[in-house]
Every structure is written in C-alpha cells, then in structure tokens.
Write a protein that binds this ligand. Structure first.
Ligand code: R5P
Length: 317
C-alpha cells in the first residue's frame, strides 16, 4: 500500500517524548518545534514555532502522572494549534488519566472522566486515539470520535514464549474479564477470575478466585498497574488457592506509583511485561520488559492521515 505522508505534523508535550520520537522515527518525519515552559507563577506557556495552517496535526501526549500537568499541556497545545489554523486536530493519548473516574462511586463526587472529555472537545481536539482504556463504555462519554486501540495482540506475542501447557489467564477483578478473554482467545488458554474489592486508592482485597488454579501457572492481565495493589492481592489469593509459583504479569499501562516499587520488588513474578504508554524512571529495582507502542501508533497515524480503515486495530464491544 503506498502511503502519502504530506501536510501533517506531530507535536508532543513533556509526558513521553521518547514514545513520540519512536513514532516520528517510524514515520520518517521530525517532531514539530514548540516552546513549553512555565511562567514564574507556575502557569504553563506554550508556543507553536512553525506554521500549522491547513495541516493535520497529531498531538502525542499521555495523560500520565503528574496527570493535571500533562492534561493541561495537551489542552494548551491543542488550543494553540487550533488558533493557528490547523485543519484536523487528533490527540494520540496512549494512557488516558481520569478514565477510571467514569461514574460517581459515592455521593457528591464529580464524574471526572466526563469533564476531561468536555475539556478535550473544548480545546479543539476533533478526534481522540487511546489505548486499552479501563472500559469500552468510555466511548459514550466522549463527544469527539474515539479510536480505541488495543495493545493486547502485541503484548500476547511478547508473553507467548513464557506460556506453558498448564498456564491459565487470570483477570484480577471483574472489570478486566473482557480483557482477559481477549488474551485467552489469542493465546488459546482458559480464564480464571479474582474477586476484588477496593478498600482505598492504594489497598484492595481479593476475596477469592473463581475457577480452579490448583497446580497451574498463571498469567495475570490488567489494563494498568498503578500502585500494584490489585496485582499483589491477586497473587496472594492465587497462591492461597494453590497456583504454582510460576506467575506472569502483563499490563498495558505500567505507572508504578505510590507503593508499587516496594510491592513489585517483593512479589514472586517470573516475568512482568508492560508497554511504554507512560514514561517511567529507567532504574526500577525489579525486572520489567517494555514493549514499544511506537510501531502501532505510527501505523494508526498513517492510516488516519490517508483515510484507511482501523478496523483490525480497534476494540469493539
Ligand atoms: C482498575 O479496576 C484497573 O483495571 C486496575 O486493576 C487498577 O487500576 C490497578 O490499580 P492498582 O495497581 O493501584 O491496584
């Protein structure tokens, strides 16, 4: 397929420049120049340093910790591009912060995901590309078209060499069942489910395992690892239920915030695999295999820019 790659430009904020560079390298283009600095009072100052008039603009920026700063960078980059005459504005947001706050879990809370969706629309972004969101239902919250990509097939290929005859896929909570089914389909494995309740932002409790994990190796899959509480509780419950100490963990987004570093240092994990959707310190004190989203995101930009179908790359249902 011959690809025409003219009249488009890619900018990035400060959230994950190495991923943005990986994408531009794949596409054989350079990142657009912009100024991104803070005024003495802490306000963000953005300036686009080249013409975007009449161009398709792609903004690569995960809303990763510190989420408010990275969200604001994305919004101001978009506003600057819109006012400078960009024709089509697409945000490539590999990790979408605030996505887990898609409803009021208790009374008198905001629906933060909805407000973020509205801010994204107001900033001038006309289309959003995200990867393995917490729930596919988020599409209903966004008023701009959402292209919901999955990293499950590239992560399945990465973990395949570690799979054994007796491995089964474990969903660490009820919310990840569909994700676990996607891994199970690709890897031809059965599924078990951990029954999790969340106590606080950092603490979760797993009440038990649905399915027989006795003498089985396990592959725990999740959309994200934040503090590691979910994975830790799942591993404890799985070991108690008699699984073998042969544990693989795969997640699309590896944030490793709060107590995650101490937790993962202590957990008996044979292989831990995440993507580079968010930037992390390079010196985490436990082994971690990182799979780049660069080729996937570059392919998506190519297809969007040339109006080619994304059907085989996006999640349905
Ligand atoms: C929540 O339901 C998500 O799918 C993850 O399981 C969760 O956000 C992971 O967070 P943590 O690592 O802090 O338990």
């Amino acid at each position: 397929m011959s690809i025409k790659m003219t009249n488009f430009i890619i900018f990035t904020g400060s959230a994950n420049p190495s991923l943005a560079e990986a994408v531009t390298k794949q596409l054989d283009v350079r990142l657009g120049n912009r100024i991104l600095q803070r005024f003495p009072d802490g306000e963000l100052h953005i300036e686009i340093e080249e013409s975007v008039r009449g161009q398709d603009v792609y903004l690569i920026q995960p809303i990763s910790p510190p989420v408010d700063e990275h969200l604001m960078e994305l919004l101001l980059l978009a506003d600057a591009c819109r006012r400078a005459g960009a024709t089509q504005l697409t945000a490539i947001v590999p990790y979408l912060g605030y996505a887990r706050q898609d409803r009021r879990a208790r009374g008198r809370e905001p629906v933060s995901a909805r407000l973020v969706a509205d801010l994204i629309k107001t900033s001038g972004i006309q289309r959003l590309v995200a990867v393995d969101l917490h729930t596919t239902a988020l599409e209903g919250i966004f008023t701009v078209p959402l292209e919901h990509l999955s990293a499950v097939s590239i992560l399945s290929e990465a973990v395949r060499p570690w799979i054994e005859d007796n491995t089964l896929v474990v969903s660490p909570d009820l919310g990840a069942i569909k994700l676990a089914e996607r891994y199970a389909r690709l890897l031809q494995l059965p599924v078990a489910i951990a029954y999790k309740t969340r106590i606080s932002g950092e603490e979760v409790h797993t009440k038990g395992i649905i399915g027989d994990v006795h003498d089985r190796a396990v592959l725990i899959v999740d959309d994200m690892i934040s503090t590691g509480g979910t994975v830790k509780a799942a591993i404890e419950a799985l070991l108690e239920a008699g699984c073998l100490p042969n544990i693989l963990v795969v997640a699309t987004h590896g944030l490793f915030v709060g107590t995650a570093v101490e937790r993962f240092r202590a957990l008996p994990i044979r292989r831990l695999i995440v993507t580079n959707s968010v930037d992390r310190p390079g010196n985490l004190p436990f082994p971690i295999q990182e799979i780049s989203l660069g080729p996937l995101l570059a392919e998506v930009i190519k297809r969007l820019h040339n109006n080619h179908s994304l059907k085989d790359l996006i999640i349905h249902g």
